[in-house]
Ligand binder design. Structure first.
Ligand SMILES: O=CCCCC(=O)O
Length: 491
């Protein structure tokens, strides 16, 4: 039996939003493989037992999506936009409850969780509007009797695998362009955070999205679902957000069907502070960029490079600001940093701290030993960090701010680009020619200049190198769910 603890239900204005079954073909179904537990990362207790789907049930969801997609694709853009608008409105009407569900299973502070709901909803609003603008093209014919037309059609069934760090927005950023394009969608949420995905099925049903167009298939085994997605010929598009390691496996599996893939993979974002930067603004930017979701974001600053002339002043100001941050249960008032998702996440941060200290770095805030209480970890700042330390090459995914020192623009660009990753990068500077040159020289899909927050539905989000393939968000984001067809007519 699937189940939710009563205390989570009691927190909601509308307890019927809390669903623990899978949503397939417009029906609510139990898992053939029983249930799996969802934990609250702040307290460690089980908050829900969620349907654990077998691979055969995932195949059924794909078959339902394949059938529903044919009809959905015949709807006009305006008709699809209409139900997507309702979906968006329902999300915003229930923002508080959706935020609470998200905090309960993911841990981030409630205000941040509500912010994620608004961010997630923005993709549905944006791409619903975009459904009306899927334009084709006419091309002058190559012979006197020829007329050439290009039309764009939905790719078919799209399947997603999404992470626990943004359990709402990473689904809507994929499902919204898919549905707007006329595709049907099968979502496999992270096993840590399925409730935030399932509630999107509840709202899809209420919004009038036809049965089978949006399906949610929770499962404790991402590899079984991943295999079904990659091997089932009805799936024409795989979209994944997660680690580069898993992305490589999925790309190999998807190769057999020559499946179209979007991959939002790991990052190792440099955050550079030049000596002409507004230091107070740079500190605020670093706080937002480093500590968003407690450092558990692919675009969080992983390496903070500070020019030698302002290094000490920046370190002092950053320390003073981080000292004010409150760590605690995301439901408590005034909490800035919630728990990490699980003990392994804390171990990774500890490993990076220990490695840096063993190679000569120094802690100026935090405590390397005995730092972790439950899943809570005090934010830590280390100085004297160098390129030979683990934190220079691996994504920490936690509240560790490592400060590297650099002398010249050329040096820092070389260090910033010395990674297999290329998702987000940031720098603070005032000199205009420096701003242009550095923005062009950074080998990243995203560059934040004098800002620590770059995420928005209107811009193309994505990475270069081993950070991924494709872009999500903006008018470019819908292209991954469309196929181009060229029609050559002799008149
Ligand atoms: O870990 C990646 C999540 C991306 C969050 C964002 O859109 O900023």
């Amino acid at each position: 039996m699937t189940d939710v603890k009563t205390d989570l239900k009691a927190m909601l204005k509308d307890p019927s939003l809390l669903e623990t079954r899978a949503y397939i073909d417009g029906k609510w179904v139990d898992g053939d493989d029983g249930t799996f537990d969802v934990l609250n990362p702040a307290r460690g207790d089980v908050i829900a037992k969620v349907a654990n789907l077998s691979r055969a049930q995932v195949a059924k969801a794909i078959a339902a999506a394949e059938k529903a997609q044919k009809e959905w694709a015949t709807w006009t853009g305006k008709e699809r936009a209409g139900v997507m608008r309702k979906w968006f409105d329902l999300m915003m009407e229930n923002q508080e409850d959706l935020g609470k569900i998200l905090t309960a299973e993911q841990g981030k502070p409630l205000n941040e969780a509500k912010g994620e709901i608004a961010y997630g909803a923005s993709f549905i609003e944006f791409f619903g509007e975009e459904a009306k603008r899927i334009y084709g093209e006419t091309i002058p014919g190559h012979q006197r009797d020829k007329r050439i037309t290009v039309i764009k059609q939905p790719i078919g069934v799209a399947a997603s695998i999404t992470p626990w760090n943004f359990p709402n927005a990473m689904i809507t950023r994929k499902a919204a362009p898919a549905l707007a394009a006329g595709c049907a969608f099968v979502a496999r949420p992270a096993a840590e955070t399925p409730l935030s995905a399932i509630v999107m099925g509840v709202l899809a049903e209420r919004a009038g999205i036809p049965a089978g167009v949006f399906n949610v298939v929770p499962s404790s085994s991402s590899s079984a679902v991943g295999k079904e997605f990659c091997e089932n010929p009805a799936v024409r598009k795989l979209t994944f957000t997660g680690s580069t390691e898993v992305g490589r496996i999925l790309l190999k599996q998807a190769a057999d069907q020559v499946m179209k893939c979007s991959m939002e993979l790991g990052g190792n974002a440099p955050f550079i502070v030049f000596d002409d930067a507004d230091l107070d603004a740079a500190v605020e930017g670093a706080i937002l960029c480093k500590f968003r979701n407690n450092g558990q974001t692919c675009v969080c600053a992983n390496r903070i490079y500070v020019q030698s002339g302002v290094y000490d002043a920046f370190a002092k100001k950053l320390k003073a600001r981080v000292e004010q941050m409150k760590v605690g249960d995301g439901f408590e008032d005034g909490v800035d940093l919630g728990p990490l998702i699980n003990p392994a996440a804390g171990d990774k941060v500890q490993e990076h701290i220990t490695d840096a200290l063993s190679k000569g770095a120094e802690i100026i805030l935090g405590n390397a030993k005995d730092n972790m209480k439950g899943n809570f970890l005090a934010p830590t700042i280390v100085t004297g960090v160098t390129q030979d330390m683990k934190v220079a090459t691996e994504e920490t995914f936690g509240p560790l701010a490592p400060l590297f020192k650099f002398d010249t623009e050329d040096d820092v660009i070389a260090m910033a680009n010395d990674t297999i990753f290329g998702l987000a990068s940031y720098f603070y500077a005032k000199d205009l020619s420096r701003v242009y040159k550095v923005a062009e020289a950074l080998e990243y899909g995203i560059v934040g200049v004098n800002t620590g927050i770059i995420s928005t539905e209107v811009a193309p989000f994505g990475g270069v190198k081993q950070s991924g393939l494709g872009r999500e968000g903006s008018h470019h984001g819908i292209e991954d769910y469309l196929e181009m067809k060229y029609i050559c007519m002799s008149v």
